[in-house]
Design a protein around this ligand. Structure first.
Ligand code: 5GP
Ligand code: MN
Length: 320
């Protein structure tokens, strides 16, 4: 029996599931969790989604009929916890205790750094998105994709593979997206909401961040800051940080880009690189974080400037 078949059997054997995403849920976490919960409901099970902090505002425009919880109270007695796109138990955030307390635990993920947890799991580091694996799992469950499921799966896949442009994109990524198209998604409508529409606050925050960008003498490193005051002045939401770091990496010649975000006494970093620099291995992991070769992150228990100096020193050494 393949791992995916085993995981499907494990899911089928229990009648009620919470599907957990990771902290600061992105399109892949939110989309995969919602689609998987819908698929479990299609099998006649009770299911809900748990996203730390709830569903990000930018995804609330898409129809979602499944319940999304973010607090401690659950709408029903739970037999199974299913983590999707969660690279390690710590990334469950406020959902960790709930997940650990579930009688049966499953997991589906595409982070190569995932060491594996839960009694039944599939980790495929070659997949461009957890959503790509979710398409396979839902087929394995014998559930036909509805337009709602397919919309969320497409969001998961498209956002994580950089609109089918990152090197992580493989034939299976496009085949999974094709399955979503066949299920009747509104491609123009979905991509307009994802890429061609943004709030005033997000736009102002982007402007402020880019206005303050800095580069090192070699032009290979670029960084910018997001302070709590900038969020206030822009009228931006926490999630409006998403994508800003890419503008820094897109500057010609830049090999390492870093966005430092003030979070109280802590600083959260979004790190990006162009190959051959593996930013997860060379910068994030040594500092206690993780992620992918070209997109990683870490949160340091230091105020912004001190934390930034630490990260830049690590990156400079890695580039040598
Ligand atoms: P982002 O910059 O979009 O927040 O994160 C990019 C990737 O880095 C995520 O997909 C995740 O794998 C990883 N990542 C981000 N922040 C953290 C963190 O604080 N700890 C760990 N271990 N990984 C992180
Ligand atoms: Mn994710």
């Amino acid at each position: 029996m393949g791992r995916m078949t085993e995981l499907a059997a494990f899911l089928k054997a229990r009648n009620s599931w919470i599907v957990f995403g990771h902290v600061n849920p992105d399109g892949d976490a939110a989309g995969s969790c919602i689609a998987l919960a819908l698929a479990l409901e299609a099998l006649g099970k009770r299911a809900c989604v748990y996203l730390p902090g709830g569903l990000p505002e930018m995804y609330r425009v898409f129809p979602c009929t499944v319940e999304i919880a973010s607090g401690d109270a659950l709408p029903f007695r739970v037999e199974g916890g299913f983590a999707a796109d969660v690279s390690e138990p710590e990334r469950l955030g406020s959902g960790r205790a709930l997940y650990d307390a579930c009688p049966g635990r499953a997991m589906l993920d595409h982070h190569a750094t995932n060491a594996g947890f839960g009694e039944a799991h599939v980790v495929d580091g070659a997949a461009a998105a957890t959503g790509e694996l979710a398409v396979e799992l839902i087929a394995e469950l014998g559930v036909e994709l509805t337009e709602e499921m397919a919309t969320w799966l497409f969001i998961a896949i498209c956002t994580d593979c950089g609109r089918f442009g990152y090197s992580s994109t493989r034939a299976q990524t496009m085949e999974a997206a094709a399955a979503c198209l066949r299920a009747g998604i509104d491609l123009d409508g979905v991509t307009r909401e994802l890429y061609r529409t943004r709030s005033e606050g997000r736009t102002r925050l982007l402007g402020m961040a880019l206005n303050g960008l800095e580069m090192d003498g070699s032009g290979r490193m670029c960084w910018a800051r997001l302070t709590e005051d900038m969020f206030r002045r822009a009228g931006a939401l926490r999630e409006d940080n998403e994508g800003i770091v890419n503008y820094l990496l897109e500057i010609r010649g830049v090999q390492f880009a870093c966005l430092a975000e003030e979070r109280g006494s802590q600083t959260k970093f979004s790190l990006r690189s162009k190959l051959p620099l593996d930013v997860a291995e060379a910068v994030a992991v040594p500092l206690g974080g993780g992620g992918h070769a070209c997109a990683a992150g870490v949160t340091l228990n230091l105020p912004l400037e001190e934390a930034l100096a630490r990260v830049l020193a690590q990156a400079e050494a890695a580039l040598k």
